[in-house]
Design a binder for this molecule. Structure first.
Ligand code: CIR
Length: 259
């Protein structure tokens, strides 16, 4: 079964992206595109078939396709982004996903960003954030609890999305930023804190036994490599600092799933 990675071109308008927790600074679109192409190359190297959703130059944040949907084995939940500037991004992502999954939309008054949903086994942790509200979480629960998923809401403060604060790096193993999320939520999981000073180091993209990870957090990378070695999981580093200026990280730029 092929593994698909949906991605989308960096918009020419990325300079007008949404920003919540960081100050605006100039973004070099060419450099952002070069790093994004390197990221897509890493996805291919790790066995994914990269499919680009049609470009959406009118949406500054369109490259961050993760926020538009959450893909489960059984269905895809189409998000309703908390930022109104991003709502128009979902239609084309839903169209692309409908080739592979039944799609279930989050509806008004619900809001939900894909970046707030961390699926680990049959648990879906959902950040209650500036982007995701209780109605969105409840609609997600209704869509996936009949399939055997447990939906666990987690308050998110200090960062944009739940997955800014915690991601899965191997079965049952998480990397997390203790400043933003409490380890208590993850009982039964091994939770590895980011290294001191590496604030944004908790966003990693696991693909099977490889983990796409930003080169900008070397101390956390070293710790992860050590902790994951006996599970035969290894890191694939990528440069991701240009899109980090748009508050994006490595999970945000793709939707990875088995066809
Ligand atoms: C936003 O604020 O929506 C974008 N500038 C960044 C989105 C990053 N997405 C993610 O973490 N899943």
């Amino acid at each position: 079964m092929p593994r698909i990675a949906l991605t989308r071109e960096v918009s020419d308008a990325i300079a007008r992206c949404e920003l919540t927790h960081i100050a605006r600074q100039p973004i070099d679109v060419r450099r952002a595109r070069a790093q994004h192409a390197e990221y897509e190359a890493a996805l291919r190297e790790l066995g994914c078939r990269v499919e680009r959703v049609p470009a959406a130059p009118e949406f500054p944040d369109a490259v961050f396709v993760e926020d538009a949907a959450i893909v489960f084995s059984e269905l895809a939940v189409i998000a309703r982004p908390g930022a109104s500037s991003r709502r128009g991004e979902t239609e084309s992502v839903a169209r692309a996903l409908s080739a592979y999954r039944r799609v279930v939309p989050i509806r008004e008054p619900g809001t939900l960003d894909g970046g707030d949903v961390l699926v680990a086994g049959r648990t879906a942790f959902v950040g209650r954030s500036t982007r995701t509200n209780d109605a969105g979480i409840e609609q997600l629960r209704r869509a996936v609890s009949p399939l055997g998923y447990t939906v666990v809401p987690i308050p998110v403060t200090g960062c944009l999305h739940l997955k800014s604060a915690v991601t899965e790096v191997a079965d049952g193993v998480l990397v997390f930023q203790p400043d933003w999320v409490a380890a208590d939520f993850f009982r039964g999981f091994e939770a590895i804190p980011v290294a001191a000073g590496e604030l944004y180091g908790a966003n990693a993209l696991r693909i099977g036994d490889r983990v796409i990870y930003p080169a900008g957090f070397p101390k956390t990378a070293e710790q992860l490599a050590e902790r994951l070695a006996d599970r035969a999981v290894s890191l694939r580093l990528v440069e991701a600092d240009e899109l980090a200026k748009a508050e994006g990280a490595v999970t945000c730029c793709s939707l990875v799933f088995d066809a």
